[in-house]
Design a protein around this ligand. Sequence first.
Ligand SMILES: NC(=O)C1=CN([C@@H]2O[C@H](COP(=O)(O)OP(=O)(O)OC[C@H]3O[C@@H](n4cnc5c(N)ncnc54)[C@H](OP(=O)(O)O)[C@@H]3O)[C@@H](O)[C@H]2O)C=CC1
Ligand SMILES: CCCCCCCCCCCCCCCC(=O)OCC(=O)COP(=O)(O)O
Length: 323
Amino acid sequence: MISPSFRKGMLKERVMDLASQTTILPLLFGCLGIFSLFRLLQRIRSKAYLRNAVVVVTGATSGLGRECAKVFHAAGAKLVLCGRNVKALEELSRELAGSSQGQTHQPFVVTFDLADPGTIAAAAAEILQCFGYVDVLINNAGISYRGTISDTIVDVDRKVMEINYFGPVALTKALLPSMVERKQGHIVAISSIQGKISIPFRSAYSASKHATQAFFDCLRAEMEEANIKVTVISPGYIHTNLSVNAVTADGSRYGALDKNTAQGRSPAEVAQDVFDAVGKKKKDVLLTDFVPSMAVYIRTLAPGLFFRIMASRARKERKSKSS
Ligand SMILES: NC(=O)C1=CN([C@@H]2O[C@H](COP(=O)(O)OP(=O)(O)OC[C@H]3O[C@@H](n4cnc5c(N)ncnc54)[C@H](OP(=O)(O)O)[C@@H]3O)[C@@H](O)[C@H]2O)C=CC1
Ligand SMILES: CCCCCCCCCCCCCCCC(=O)OCC(=O)COP(=O)(O)O
């Protein structure tokens, strides 16, 4: 004899089974299908947005800039490669032109030094002459810094600000009028997570990236009416020569590949993320692991705790250097 409660339980189980087979599973697959379709459409739109677009990449001689050049070129963008080293830029231009996948364009090369404010207006004019207009400017070039605030000469602070902040600001201002006139354009700033949080012994670098974040956030708001998009991208460690090329307290080159940098993400992978962010016209993108991302929230929600963690980091780093 089956008890009524047992029968009720079996009935409930059958109903649940049926529900899962008839409604929940199809619903789940339906949602997954819609999501995949949405992602596919987004990718197609991104590629269409950047195919044949005139894209300027600063700091294209190495690291992230070089990889960005490869990714945007492969997608059919018309490139202007910028940097100081003409030989490296011309080599890259030849390499890209020779590796044609589908319909691609031979990149132009424009050389200038972001540390020299006098050269930027002429460089912008040369950039505009390449294709007659610019669709996307990727302000990627930059240097880092290592040192204590007390030991660092002010010239070093100025140099880092010039290359990472004033240079990109001047270049952006020089190219903006032509974008505004066309009511079309996209400015990208490669910042860093250090544009959102400051870590010890990086004062000049972190300050330059905080300034970058602030400037381009203002620009986004001011340019919305003119249909100019602004994307700020804040990566964590990337395996490039950034630490090797970093400037130190007395202005000399640091010259070493740090462990954190060596263990960072591959620049090719980060370049693909930059491409996706630009294609989706994202406004602000953090490209970091979980802990650094959490640090950004802790800085905002529990600043006292964040400052204690940073002070302890400074103590430990000083101790490990002195021992
Ligand atoms: N690597 C990392 O861990 C991270 C990097 N970033 C950011 O990514 C960007 C690219 O750096 P990354 O690829 O890592 O480093 P690299 O040192 O490999 O590349 C830096 C690029 O900037 C150019 N550059 C440096 N100084 C000047 C200057 N005075 N005038 C013109 N161009 C200059 C260099 O060109 P040249 O050949 O002329 O020296 C080079 O192409 C930087 O803005 C950096 O802050 C952000 C987060 C993490
Ligand atoms: C779940 C609990 C979270 C607790 C958070 C504790 C705070 C941890 C601090 C993390 C600091 C991350 C620093 C990341 C720095 C970085 O990725 O910088 C990128 C660069 O721009 C690299 O330049 P550099 O010259 O410094 O190599």
